[in-house]
Design a protein around this ligand. Structure first.
Ligand SMILES: CC(=O)NCC[C@H](N)C(=O)O
Length: 170
């Protein structure tokens, strides 16, 4: 059942104690690589300046994780974008990404990088509409091919989308 939450969503940085709930959200979306709960705690503890939570009535219903590339500070790698099935198609992912780019930690970002597998249609829509609406160029490179993953995981290709350059100031 979709929930109409136009005015009730809270957007905030994650903290370590959100790790278990984020893990459950990623698990339940069934479209992303499920990292360990420990990984999501670390993201909430050490990388939360470039991550965002969407919360509705106390439940975590959206999550975006990202970090500035250590070797190229003008690039923001967006790792995962997830929205609960009950809250999809309401612009929550777009709002999380937009809010994330407004964070001080994203000042000066000129490129967004993300790997998006062919079946991840939600992220395809998110990033391509982000680029189109701002008339920002986007390119796709090989990224991480299916052959890089262990044989029995049947993992899809993870082509790398690069959006930019764009001017991201507060
Ligand atoms: C943008 C996005 O959500 N990419 C997912 C990459 C990968 N399949 C993962 O789930 O971490």
């Amino acid at each position: 059942m979709a929930v109409n939450t136009e005015t009730e969503i809270i957007y905030r940085k994650p903290v370590a104690k959100d790790g278990a709930s984020v893990w459950e959200l990623i698990r339940d979306t069934e479209t992303l690589d499920l990292n360990s709960p420990y990984c999501y705690m670390l993201l909430g503890d050490y990388f939360n300046d470039t991550c965002m939570i969407a919360e509705h009535e106390g439940d975590i219903i959206g999550f975006i994780s990202a970090f500035r590339s250590p070797r190229n500070q003008d690039r923001l790698f967006v790792w995962q974008v997830a929205v609960a099935r009950t809250h999809q198609r309401q612009g929550i992912a777009k709002t999380m990404l937009t809010n994330l780019l407004k964070q001080k930690a994203c000042l000066g970002v000129r490129f967004i990088e993300a790997t998006i597998s062919p079946s991840n249609m939600a992220s395809h829509r998110l990033f391509l509409s982000f680029a189109e609406q701002r008339s920002i160029p986007s390119t796709v490179t090989a990224g991480y091919g299916a052959d890089m993953f262990p044989d029995r995981t049947n993992h899809e290709d993870e082509p790398m989308f690069v959006i930019g350059p764009f001017f991201n100031q507060m």
